[in-house]
Design a binder for this molecule. Structure first.
Ligand code: AQP
Length: 324
């Protein structure tokens, strides 16, 4: 039996380097390992847990699929689909909500963070986010989830739900674990916090040109702190250096310690390395943008394959809970 994998990204905009390094790279690694059966979705329903515009959502749920394909996700190897096309996710989430307390959800750091970010939109959907994520994973009985480290609290909730369902109703849900990549936490270009789509000036998009990347990397703050502490901006710069130009990090660190480092030299070397990795993705994306028929086919076939697995799990759960 192959080990099953599920992951997804919200349809809130174009993918950025944090999404790519923290999630997509892990998705690719597992897709290309024959021991795993991989299912990758656009988490379009999760998008409505924070304020959104209908036309943008309509566009972005397709754009993320195109980003996936451009990055190397392959419908011959992975099931690639849109979450909203598989109703079973939402149905299972409702069953799971019956065994999850409001207090448990309210105390999650991710919930508190979004409440701070959108104080006027503390909706039930936002509170339910981790329950829907548990359903996304468990509806496929997936045991492995390639996501960034920020998702760990949600995976803990998923494991709790799996355990409780198994104890109460005799289901056989696995307790899924995170599949981590080297880039499991990509810092914001501003130095403070993580790279995030919703924080302007924090991210590099996978579609950014060489000039855009250069401008953004040069904007990373490198003023030194009093007392000789490495500032958050400089720390972020070295995190990127470890990922992109690891063989030169030692040299730059030595220069930094001696006070001779020209930050612009490090930043421009980094820019070149980042662009070198993104250029082939951007070329592939251009082709995909003009191949509507192919993208439509991927979306349609992915939904069918996902539904076939998900409907079986939901049928089983309904029966075990006395509803079927
Ligand atoms: N900075 C990051 N470093 C590493 N991994 C990250 N991920 C997100 N940011 C980083 C990972 O990308 C996947 C998509 O997560 P999501 O759908 O929750 O992402 P998001 O909400 O689109 O992420 P953002 O950029 O933070 O968006 P906003 O600002 O809209 O909330 C996950 O695997 C996540 O870990």
């Amino acid at each position: 039996m192959k080990k099953r994998v599920l992951s997804g990204i919200r349809a809130t905009g174009r993918l950025h380097l944090g999404n790519y390094l923290g999630a997509v790279k892990g998705m690719l690694e597992l897709q290309n390992n024959s021991e795993y059966e991989t299912l990758y979705m656009v988490a379009d329903v999760h998008t409505i847990t924070t304020p959104f515009k209908v036309e943008e959502l309509r566009k972005n749920r397709r754009e993320v699929i195109i980003d996936y394909l451009a990055a190397g996700l392959d419908p011959k190897k992975s099931v690639i689909f849109q979450q909203a096309e598989v109703n079973e996710h939402m149905e299972l989430a409702f069953y799971f909500s019956s065994i999850t307390t409001i207090a448990r959800m309210q105390h999650l750091p991710t919930f508190k963070e979004k409440v701070r970010q959108y104080p006027k939109n503390t909706t039930m959907a936002l509170l339910n986010y981790p329950i829907l994520m548990a359903a996304d994973i468990l509806v496929y009985k997936a045991g492995f989830v390639p996501v960034g480290i920020d998702q760990e609290p949600h995976l803990e909730v998923t494991r709790e739900i799996a355990r409780k369902m198994n104890q109460l109703y005799g289901t056989d849900f696995p307790e899924p674990v995170r599949f981590a990549t080297k880039g499991e936490y990509i810092p914001s270009l501003k130095g403070e916090g993580k790279m995030s789509k919703s924080v302007e000036g924090s991210y590099i998009n996978l579609t950014d040109s060489l000039d855009e990347i250069r401008k953004k990397v040069r904007s990373i703050p490198t003023a030194t702190e009093s007392g000789g502490e490495m500032s958050l901006g400089i720390k972020a710069l070295f995190t990127f250096a470890e990922l992109y130009i690891s063989s030169e990090v030692e040299k730059y660190k030595n220069e930094y310690e001696k006070g001779t480092l020209q930050f612009i030299t490090l930043k421009d070397a980094l820019t070149e390395a980042i662009y070198k990795e993104l250029e082939p993705l951007q070329k592939k994306r251009k082709q995909l943008e003009s191949d509507k028929v192919y993208v439509d086919k991927v979306i349609k076939e992915g939904a069918g394959k996902a539904r076939a697995i998900a409907s079986q799990t939901v049928r089983e759960v309904r029966q075990k809970m006395g509803l079927g």
